[in-house]
Ligand binder design. Structure first.
Ligand code: DXP
Ligand SMILES: NCC(=O)COP(=O)(O)O
Length: 237
């Protein structure tokens, strides 16, 4: 059984575009859980252009499933996560100006830093995960940091799948086998969608959790628009 954690960054991005509180991020988190999502993921960035730090606090009492906070562990991020104490923190090495996450950690180069940060989160009872590319030496490096889990960065898989190349799954299955043998839990995310998720899941038997945002929110718009148009037409009669 693989848990679905819904990344609600896009809801905050839409809200921020008009400055008000529509759509309401906390209400959306409550709704996705009511509809069956098994977790809520947010990824606050230093410039807060998507989800804001205040949202992370506001969500805390409302997320009764798994609360996963992703981000680069700069001081401000660490202080916030240590105060909120979500179920899981996922460490992502984003640069400040990254449009979206675009690389996993170099777990070999940053081993010392990651050991320190992970220890601090674990001492506070927060499960840890590290965002990594599907590269065997990065999985071995992740094991040495003491992390509970890895999150496999799935953009490369999604791109290949889109092009019709199903072999793009192979680095992921190899890394998953290795992670499993090392006792690391396996999460995955980035560009997963209704198109590719079933194939990914079927090939990753030990997949604990996926976090999905961009495609899931876009698909919700496409799949919901007919209903909403009909509702407007009724009111305009
Ligand atoms: C680590 C990861 O792949 C996601 O957190 C992704 O970065 C979503 O963040 P944005 O919605 O800010 O692009
Ligand atoms: N960790 C990945 C995530 O939260 C969502 O990524 P995406 O579906 O928005 O690409």
């Amino acid at each position: 059984m693989t848990k679905l954690s819904v990344n609600i960054n896009k809801i905050a991005t839409l809200r921020n575009s008009r400055g008000g509180d529509l759509p309401n991020v906390v209400q959306f988190a409550k709704d996705v859980q009511r509809f069956g999502a098994e977790g809520v993921t947010i990824h606050p960035r230093p410039d807060e252009r998507h989800i804001r730090y205040q949202d992370a606090y506001d969500l805390k009492p409302e997320v009764y499933t798994e609360y996963n906070i992703e981000g680069n562990p700069i001081d401000k991020f660490m202080a916030m996560v240590l105060e909120i104490k979500p179920t899981q923190v996922t460490l992502v090495p984003d640069s400040v100006d990254a449009l979206t996450s675009n690389a996993g950690w170099d777990t070999v180069k940053h081993k010392g830093f990651l050991i320190e940060v992970i220890q601090e989160f674990k001492n506070n009872g927060i499960r840890t995960s590290i965002f990594v590319d599907p590269v065997l030496k990065q999985i071995e490096g992740a094991k040495e940091t003491g992390t509970d889990r890895i999150e496999l960065y799935t953009e490369a898989f999604a791109d290949e799948y889109n092009l019709g190349n199903k072999k793009g799954i192979l680095p992921y299955t190899e890394c998953a086998d290795l992670a499993d043998s090392l006792g690391l839990g396996i999460n995955a995310g980035h560009d997963l969608s209704l198109d590719n998720i079933q194939f990914f899941k079927e090939n990753m038997p030990n997949l604990l959790e996926v976090s999905i945002g961009h495609a899931l929110i876009s698909e919700s718009l496409y799949l919901g628009v007919e209903n909403v148009i009909q509702m407007y037409l009724q009111k305009l009669k």
